[in-house]
Design a protein around this ligand. Structure first.
Ligand SMILES: Cc1cc2nc3c(=O)[nH]c(=O)nc-3n(C[C@H](O)[C@H](O)[C@H](O)COP(=O)(O)OP(=O)(O)OC[C@H]3O[C@@H](n4cnc5c(N)ncnc54)[C@H](O)[C@@H]3O)c2cc1C
Length: 285
């Protein structure tokens, strides 16, 4: 096995393009190293991206935020303004593992590990985040919801990797929230995860919304029907009931040891209601 630690995007792409055999990006290693130790993956080349400035940068850009793909959950939480502006995005990243894991785990790794239950992904999708992807032809942009196509499957080529995520400028009277349900208090995989991001007008009416569900299908979902259920409302009970029903209708879950299809479906409706209520209260200030 060969370990490489390039210091530029171009050098990393050259390594990915020229490598033969299984090549893996290394960020925090909290998924990759576990998989290597259990022989789930046996890479011939490991490309550690943490020495590349762009993947370790976090800062404001055009009124929004640019977050390097190898920024950790702990670093996100420590940022002076991000949690106030995008609390749901930070909540998702901060639910990953324990304090120790949060010091290593990155949002790029969480997304590219390809788990439908990845905790930081629904928050990014609800926020309408885009990813900047580096490859042999330079960089390209992609909506986060289009990147994971199924369990362990990504719409990213072998010689590409995610450089950063961009959170757009947040309108006034807007906020977000992420919640997950797990059978114990921490260190478990989501039975269901849900993120809601919404914008209000001056009277408290919802003018825009995005709702994303995790762990209820082969990939994290952006559920337009959930947004349609609450846009135009003040989140009264009738809108909540429609939201709940739309979230349940979008689910195509599996039954496993953490929950049955019926249970996951019901919990999706409950979390859609709760995240919408919290995001609404936050947006009102
Ligand atoms: C004890 C423990 C608890 C955990 N709890 C949770 C949890 O509660 N919720 C949760 O969602 N996950 C959890 N995880 C899984 C893991 O911590 C997360 O998925 C984490 O975000 C992975 O990030 P990483 O930087 O460590 O990724 P790595 O392990 O470095 O990489 C993961 C995968 O993504 C690829 N990759 C990494 N970065 C990029 C990039 N920029 N571009 C392209 N490909 C890339 C790698 O090649 C690899 O295939 C847990 C893991 C452990 C060990």
């Amino acid at each position: 096995m060969r370990y490489e630690a390039p210091e530029t995007l171009d050098a990393a792409v050259r390594l990915l393009s020229s490598a033969t055999g299984l090549t893996k990006i290394l960020a925090g290693g909290t998924d990759l190293l576990v998989q290597m130790r259990t022989d789930v993956v046996e890479p011939e080349v490991i490309v550690d991206i943490k020495g590349i400035g762009e993947v370790r940068h976090i800062g404001e850009e055009n009124g929004g935020f640019r977050i390097g793909a190898a920024i950790t959950g702990a670093e996100l939480e420590e940022h002076p303004t991000l949690s106030k502006i995008w609390p749901g995005v930070v909540e998702g990243a901060n639910l990953i593992g324990s304090t120790q894991v949060q010091g290593r785990a990155t949002m790029g790794g969480n997304l590219c590990n390809g788990s439908p239950a990845a905790d930081s992904v629904p928050g990014l999708i609800a926020a309408a985040a885009t990813a900047t992807i580096a490859g042999p032809n330079g960089t390209r942009e992609m909506a986060v919801e289009d990147i994971m196509t199924g369990p362990r499957q990504l719409a990213i080529a072998k010689d590409e990797f995610i450089v950063s995520f961009f959170l757009p400028a947040r309108p006034a009277n807007a906020s977000d929230c992420y919640l997950r349900f797990i059978p114990r208090t921490e260190m478990d995989i989501a039975v269901v995860g849900c993120a809601t991001c919404l914008v209000l007008d001056g009277s408290g009416k919802i003018t825009d919304a995005r709702v994303s569900l995790g762990a209820v299908a082969a990939r994290p979902l952006l559920v337009k029907e959930c947004a349609d259920a609450i846009i135009g409302s003040t989140l009264d009970e009738a809108a909540m009931a429609k939201l709940d029903a739309a979230a349940q209708a979008a689910c195509k879950p599996i039954t496993d040891k953490r929950g049955t299809i019926e249970y996951r479906t019901k919990v999706a409706g409950v979390l859609a209601r709760r995240t919408a209520k919290t995001a609404y209260d936050r947006a009102k200030g």
